[in-house]
Design a protein around this ligand. Structure first.
Ligand code: AMP
Ligand code: GLY
Length: 440
């Protein structure tokens, strides 16, 4: 068994912290690098970091530090072609090609592909400024509410759900002229509203075959009871109870959505290697694909990885090398995570109290220092958007800290996660109090 491996993770949010934390528990891993730096990962996970301006500079670092695998966390570098570049220099990289990353980079492209493949999705139309009148007509033909999606990347915030046709028309115009989401909104997908419950389904693919991971549920809205604006995600949990997810539903998702997608991609010049994230809406027991992402979800990754029994590195390397994926094991546990944000998250007007100093309950401080040595711990903290000043951690504006709880039941996992949230203090701390409500 090869030991002393150095791994580079691109990205520095909660998802990347969770990946680093999992890798830290692997004896084969020597140094973990995050780029850019996540100061809490440097502090608690002894991660190293560097930043780079150009791909050539990145390549130099990868060679200098003898990196044996690069794991790409967020979508943007994938869409910009980081995997293509690294692969062309024979560097092992976990994350799909830029061609395949278009599944997330362009909602219009994704919708065209899945429509060709007859994959169930919401009725929709793609509109540009030239065809705005068609857009108005389509809005008239739909029932309320109306869903407007910026085709390009908007960090999970480019979807509007609107309760009046007049407002939908105004917003459509603002999107198409670039007023609302800049370039990303100049092509809009207008679609019917699907009334059901959502699932986050992850499938790992090695380019030839795929395997599905335990289903998760995210909580996209900012406030309890699914109120307020859409966010990047306010909390997640896994496993789901059988009334929300079961073998029958899994088979439908595979047969109708994932298999045709991977089949089409493996017949193309660039088979899919990495993780695909299907955002599913279940309506009356039938799954519809809302979107594809080409990376782990954040915060879904924070609940999935602690459930993984097979070492993460082994799993990711199998994908990269095209090896069999059929023996990935998961612990028979549940996990719940709660995202703690600044008070101004999603607001246009920023509060001047950020960065805000974070204080931890005394016991938690000790636990944090030992976190990595306590693998069976019932709860742990994941640091997302934080910064460091004079050796102290500060919460930045946005999603700052994620409390993760584990347990034999969802209730236990949830209690453990919420117990942690009480022990972390910073000004204006906001979090949802109802994570996993659909299951409990
Ligand atoms: P997306 O980026 O396409 O996943 O959309 C973000 C969120 O908007 C989803 O997680 C859903 O909560 C919501 N959403 C998107 N499309 C629809 C739809 N057609 N019907 C209902 N809700 C939707
Ligand atoms: N949690 C949703 C996302 O990562 O896009």
């Amino acid at each position: 068994m090869e030991t002393n491996k150095n791994i580079l993770i691109i990205g520095n949010g909660g998802r990347e912290y969770a990946i680093a934390r999992s890798l830290r528990q692997d004896k084969r891993v020597k140094d973990i690098f995050l780029s850019p730096e996540n100061p809490a990962a440097s502090l608690y996970l002894k991660a190293k970091s560097f930043s780079y301006e150009t791909y050539q500079e990145l390549l130099q670092y990868v060679r200098e530090y003898h990196i044996s695998l690069v794991i790409v966390g967020p979508e943007e570098p994938l869409i910009n072609g980081i995997s293509d570049f690294l692969e062309s220099h024979n560097i092992a990289v976990f994350g799909p090609s830029s061609q395949n990353a278009k599944l997330e980079g362009s909602k219009a492209y994704m919708k065209q592909l899945i429509t060709e493949l007859n994959i169930p999705t919401a009725m929709h139309k793609e509109i540009s400024l030239d065809t705005i009148n068609e857009g108005y007509k389509f809005i008239e033909s739909l029932s309320l509410p109306i869903v407007l999606k910026a085709s390009g990347l908007c960090a999970g915030k480019g979807v509007l759900i609107i309760n009046s046709k007049e407002e939908a028309k105004t917003k459509l115009q603002q999107m198409l002229t670039g007023e609302l989401f800049g370039e990303a909104g100049k092509i809009v997908v207008i679609e019917e509203f699907l009334d059901g419950y959502e699932l986050s389904i992850f499938a790992l693919s090695n380019g030839k075959e795929y395997t599905v991971l335990p289903a998760c549920q995210d909580h996209k809205r900012l406030l309890d009871s699914n109120k307020g604006p859409n966010t990047g995600g306010m909390g997640a949990y896994s496993n789901l109870p059988r009334n929300l997810y079961n073998k029958t539903l899994e088979s439908k998702i595979k047969d109708r959505i994932l298999t045709p997608t991977f089949q089409a991609l493996s017949d193309s010049k660039t088979p899919y290697k990495g993780v695909i994230f299907a955002g599913i809406m279940v309506v009356s027991g039938e799954p519809y694909l809302l979107e594809y992402n080409v990376r782990f979800g954040d915060p879904e990754c924070e609940v999935l990885l602690p459930l993984l029994e097979t070492p993460l590195l082994e799993v990711l390397e199998s994908c990269v090398k095209g090896e069999k994926l059929n023996n990935i094991r998961f612990k028979n546990l549940c996990s719940v995570c709660v995202v703690m944000t600044s008070s101004d998250y999603t607001k246009n007007e920023k509060s001047n109290c950020y960065p805000a100093k974070i204080e931890f309950h005394e016991n938690l401080q000790t636990q944090l220092q030992n976190d990595i040595n306590v693998i069976d711990s019932q709860s742990h903290v994941v640091f997302a958007n934080t910064s460091m000043k004079n050796g102290e951690l500060y919460a930045n504006s946005g999603r700052a800290i994620i409390a993760v709880g584990m347990g034999n039941t969802l209730q236990e996992a949830r209690d453990n996660a919420y117990c942690l949230t009480e022990n972390i203090i910073f000004e204006g701390k906001h979090y949802r109090k109802d994570i996993a409500y659909q299951a409990l």
